[in-house]
Design a protein around this ligand. Structure first.
Ligand code: ADP
Ligand code: ADP
Length: 227
């Protein structure tokens, strides 16, 4: 799944007398199987860029094209389907459903895709076990630690077998051990399935693990390095 970003701009007018160009004329090509870190100071536009990439937000101008499909030309319902079928999100404000157990939170995504219930349950259990939560599948989010909740979110993002996964500061609430585990889960999936990962981060351990690192400053790419 190739991603092409052309002349992308997102301008906010709210709360200030002058507009904020959160994303300012960005061009970027991302190939299938990349493991890409976006770093940069707070307020530099990383979250806005991820929201545009995932079709959660629409740009002021410019385009995001994924495998030839321009997100800006899709209808709302087609965009929702596209997101559901192709993109996994690990976002802090894309939270787990509080009244559902860990298992139900992961199952739910596959049920939306129309998979039979018994297959959903089996795969959800497997995914939760893969992220080290086999003993906690029946707990609700409030009964889990921050790190455990983050791992449920990872299992949920993987449930629909997306070709690419967007993560906003995926290790922000994790201790060193959980951070290493999450990096391993992502790297393993990247190598085995060629799943594309695009994540914003401040974490030096996550940055070291990336194959490509983009530095974002004032809504623009200030460096783009393969490592
Ligand atoms: P980062 O993720 O790098 O911290 P953001 O994308 O959250 O950066 O924000 C980039 C800039 O856009 C900041 O100046 C922020 O205040 C502004 N911004 C982000 N979202 C909004 C919004 N919904 N309304 C107004 N300004 C926003
Ligand atoms: P991050 O953790 O990436 O820095 P923030 O905490 O800045 O994210 O933003 C959280 C949410 O608030 C985002 O959905 C963003 O779009 C929105 N937001 C950020 N800055 C502003 C702003 N100045 N005005 C309104 N909404 C904002």
């Amino acid at each position: 799944m190739t991603i092409k970003i052309k002349q992308l701009v997102k301008t906010y007018q709210a709360h200030t007398d002058f507009p904020v160009h959160a994303v300012n004329q960005v061009n970027l090509d991302i190939a299938q199987g990349e493991f890409l870190a976006i770093m940069g100071p707070s307020g530099s536009g990383k979250t806005t860029l991820l929201n545009l990439l995932g079709g959660i937000d629409q740009p002021s101008s410019g385009t995001v094209t994924i495998d030839g499909e321009c997100l800006q030309t899709l209808s709302d319902s087609a965009l929702i389907r596209f997101r559901r079928d192709h993109i996994g999100f690990i976002f802090q404000n894309y939270s787990l459903l509080p009244v559902f157990s860990a298992l139900e939170n992961v199952q739910f995504i596959m049920q939306l895709q129309g998979l039979p219930d018994n297959q959903c349950a089996q795969r959800a259990e497997q995914l939760l076990s893969d992220v080290g939560l086999a003993a906690h599948i029946h707990k609700r989010p409030a009964q889990l630690s921050g790190g455990q909740q983050q791992r449920v979110a990872v299992a949920r993002a993987l449930a629909s077998k997306p070709r690419f996964i967007l993560a906003d500061e995926p290790t922000a609430n994790l201790d060193a051990t959980n951070t290493q585990e999450l990096i391993h889960i992502m790297q393993d999936l990247n190598q085995r399935e060629q799943t594309t990962f695009i994540f914003s981060t401040h974490d030096p351990r996550v940055i070291t693990s990336a194959k490509r690192v983009i530095n974002f400053e004032d809504g623009q790419i200030s460096s783009d390095i393969q490592q």
